[in-house]
Ligand binder design. Structure first.
Ligand code: C2O
Length: 532
């Protein structure tokens, strides 16, 4: 087994994507941070040296962490953070998955600048289940603020100054006209775009002028090839898509634009198109590029829904396993801005996973309910009674849901409407789940359960729950440890769109949580500088 050893040096540096210089935490001085390239079957070793002024953890978003739950990097869930002037080494095997993922800091808001691509290629000698591309190109989407990271909580999300494609804001922003990501292509060749939405709080449409793409993978799970002229990525989602340079020699914009699904909230600026460029070999710089995106697509719920719900898994492809038919645990979870069963109060002195491993009582309770305490019209929820009021201000509790080892879990996540409804990207650590169905309005078991796709459902680690709608998910809890399930819009964690599963030990030592590494960071003082 090969192993890739990487050093991530976290330090504050001064950058200037727009007109103003700003000091930000970075990994190895760059924004986005370095791309990590591995092959399936590798052991990845990352030495994190924290010379920044922040306490951090690094999460390997979408990596299964089979038998390495201490390496998940979820702040106060699987570890205490790495304090300034301290180090920690992440070491884990990458098995049973291929495609594009990413790594990011997992402490509130720090993901804004501490992120980068994590690309898993097949073991040597194994082909992709699609024609070999001429070149591969990571495209990392980020968000930019003229505000210090510590101040972000004081600003309404998703308002920001700009969006970045591979760290560059392009020609629609002041002071960045000449700093635009450019992809040089040769006519006739095919490129694999490895696209990552690392924005903190915004879903993004992505479109290339005059070109269609073929999606071959989402969240590092192979899909049936799916041709499309536009894509949507929620924060936390990744897409691998083939692009063939099949147009006349010239220049073409490759653009993103925010998708603001909360139609009744005033759309937040900036609503501009953010450009990068495809430049064909032989193109003259005097021709002006073809444009790609129309701002009218900003709030196109139907465009977003069509793209997200049409994708299916590559049945019979690498790592495909059929959907388990028998369900052991059924949950119905309501979720929105203020309609949750509980808002998670994180422990302050020890991670949840250590509390489980060492059997320390008093850190958490395991009474997270399988159903909301009261029933009503969730999608059109308005407050009438006191018990409904209680749901708007969920109790802050460290309450987890325990799962038996190897149990099959089905969760229907119901998006609720309090102030407004918007799409929430729900992300599960440690597992991929089957997305059995999406719908608008309330989930009605008698009507909707029989329509679920048990044949070729897409697999994800992050799914956008439609505004005022629902998704039905299934996964197998085959990895003991503490795993969070949360909205990947960072701003929504304090509202309580976060819950924790503790998957219990299996019957043998091999299927049980092993002791933590001896150098796992300890909580020496209150690590939650500005985290609630
Ligand atoms: Cu990419 Cu818990 O997050």
């Amino acid at each position: 087994i090969a192993s890739a050893a990487i050093v991530e040096h976290v330090k504050n540096v001064v950058v200037k994507p727009l007109c103003k210089e700003q000091r930000i935490p970075t990994v190895n001085g760059s924004l986005p941070g370095p791309t990590i390239n591995v092959r399936e079957g590798d052991t990845l070793v990352v030495h994190v040296i924290n010379n920044s002024t922040f306490s951090i953890t690094i999460h390997w978003h979408g990596v299964f962490q089979l038998k390495s739950p201490w390496m998940d990097g979820a702040n106060m869930i699987t570890q205490c953070p790495i304090q300034p002037r301290n180090n920690f080494t992440y070491r884990f095997d990458i098995t049973g998955q291929e495609g594009t993922l990413f790594w990011h800091a997992h402490v509130v808001n720090l993901r804004a600048t501490l992120h980068g691509a994590l690309i898993i290629r097949p073991r040597s000698g194994r082909p992709y289940p699609f024609p070999k591309p001429y070149k591969e190109v990571p495209l990392v989407f980020g968000q930019w603020w003229d505000t210090d990271i510590e101040q972000l909580n004081l600003r309404p999300a998703p308002i920001c100054e700009a969006y970045l494609i591979n760290g560059l804001a392009g020609d629609s922003y002041p002071c960045s006209e000449n700093r635009m990501f450019k992809l040089k292509v040769i006519q006739g060749k095919t490129y694999l775009l490895r696209i990552i939405n690392a924005a903190l709080n915004t879903h993004l449409f992505f479109k290339i002028a005059d070109h269609n793409v073929t999606v071959v993978s989402v969240d590092a799970a192979y899909t049936t090839p799916y041709g499309s002229d536009v894509m949507i990525l929620t924060p936390g989602q990744t897409v691998d898509a083939l692009l063939t340079a099949d147009q006349p020699i010239g220049m073409y914009y490759m653009s993103i634009i925010p998708y603001l699904s909360a139609s009744s909230l005033a759309p937040a600026p900036p609503r501009k198109v953010i450009n990068s460029l495809i430049v064909y070999k032989g193109a003259t710089s005097t021709t002006s590029p073809s444009r790609s995106l129309m701002p009218s697509q900003i709030n196109s719920v139907s465009t977003a829904h069509r793209f997200s719900s049409n994708i299916t898994s590559l049945v019979g492809g690498p790592y495909w396993t059929p959907v388990p038919r028998h369900v052991d645990e059924k949950m119905f979870v309501t979720m929105g801005l203020g309609l949750e069963q509980y808002a998670l109060r994180k422990p302050r002195t020890i991670s949840l996973q250590e509390a489980y491993f060492y059997n320390i009582s008093g850190v958490y309770t395991d009474d997270f309910p399988d159903q909301p305490p009261i029933k009503f019209d969730y999608a059109n929820f308005r407050v009438h009674t006191d018990s409904e009021k209680k749901m708007i201000f969920p109790e802050r509790k460290t309450s987890v849901k325990t799962l038996k080892y190897n149990s099959t879990v089905e969760i229907v996540v119901q998006n609720t409407g309090i102030i407004t409804t918007e799409s929430h990207p729900m992300h599960l650590h440690g597992f991929n789940f089957y997305v059995l169905g999406y719908g608008f309005g309330n989930y009605v078991p008698a009507r909707d359960a029989k329509k679920l796709n048990l044949v070729n459902p897409q697999m994800h680690n992050t799914v956008g729950v439609p505004p005022g709608g629902w998704v039905a998910l299934r996964f197998i809890a085959n990895n003991p440890g503490a795993w969070i399930f949360h909205c990947h819009m960072d701003a929504h964690l304090p509202y309580g769109i976060i819950m924790v599963f503790i998957v219990e030990n299996g019957p043998t030592p091999e299927t049980s949580l092993q002791p933590p590494p001896s150098n796992l960071p300890q909580c020496t003082h209150d690590p939650t500088i500005y985290e609630s």
